[in-house]
Write a protein that binds this ligand. Structure first.
Ligand SMILES: C[S@@+](CC[C@H](N)C(=O)[O-])C[C@H]1O[C@@H](n2cnc3c(N)ncnc32)[C@H](O)[C@@H]1O
Length: 207
């Protein structure tokens, strides 16, 4: 199987296309992630934010909301709400973050596990990360899923994983080391559980 590097993936029609739902509002974010939103104060970073509709609904005094997306098409920024147009794979916040979310964005990334570990390094003490995550999207080079080897590695490194709701999360600070080496992405994986075409991310186990 030939695998894509990041540059090739970002220009794939699977990663940004008009059939994607980029318009979820705050109530939909709450349902998807099962968390109380918005946080009362601090810094909230939403990765793969789409239009930023949910973020615009969350703006309030004392809260700084930052949306990051590959596509430069979002609601207007204003006091308390800013946007960064960048691949999340290459972006990092300037300071500690209290809440990091990613609603149906990990499905389109190359190095999903690399992002999980980077995100944890951004969290302020007591901070939280939560994202939709399909374990079946993480594969070996031969295309087979890692199954329990992956969920065990996540839990061993302090991540929470809700298989029924397909959520991954982390609370507090830490230095997770997931023992996988990223090989590349496959944008021909077909639809995932959402019904939309998604990206498989291929790894080998670090020996
Ligand atoms: C299904 S949409 C979800 C948007 C938003 N979270 C929502 O629920 O309304 C996925 C988003 O991921 C973005 N995306 C895909 N790959 C990305 C990457 N490498 N870096 C940043 N954004 C990315 C797409 O541009 C798209 O806006």
């Amino acid at each position: 199987m030939s695998l894509l590097d990041d540059e090739a993936l970002w220009s794939s029609s699977v990663v940004a296309n008009c059939a994607m739902n980029r318009e979820r509002g705050l109530a939909s974010y709450r349902r998807e992630l099962g968390v109380s939103l918005p946080p009362a104060s601090g810094v909230w970073v939403d990765l793969c934010c789409g239009s930023g509709k949910a973020l615009a609904e969350a703006v309030r005094p004392g809260l700084a909301v930052v949306g990051v997306d590959l596509v430069d098409h979002h609601v207007p920024a204003r006091d308390g709400l800013s946007f960064v147009v960048a691949p999340v794979d290459q972006w990092a916040p300037a300071g500690p973050v209290d809440l990091v979310t990613c609603v149906h964005g990990l499905h389109y990334l190359g190095d999903k596990l690399g992002l999980l570990t980077r995100v944890v390094s951004w969290l302020a003490p007591g901070g939280r990360f939560v994202a939709n995550f399909d374990v079946l999207s993480v594969r070996r080079a031969d295309g087979s899923p890692f199954g329990r080897a992956l969920t065990k590695a996540l839990r061993d490194n302090g991540f929470t994983h809700d298989n029924r709701r397909r959520l991954v999360g982390y609370e507090g600070s830490g230095v997770p080391r997931l023992p996988f080496v990223y090989l590349g992405a496959d944008d021909r994986a077909g639809p995932n559980y959402t019904g939309q075409p998604a990206v498989h991310s291929c790894y080998e186990v670090l020996s």
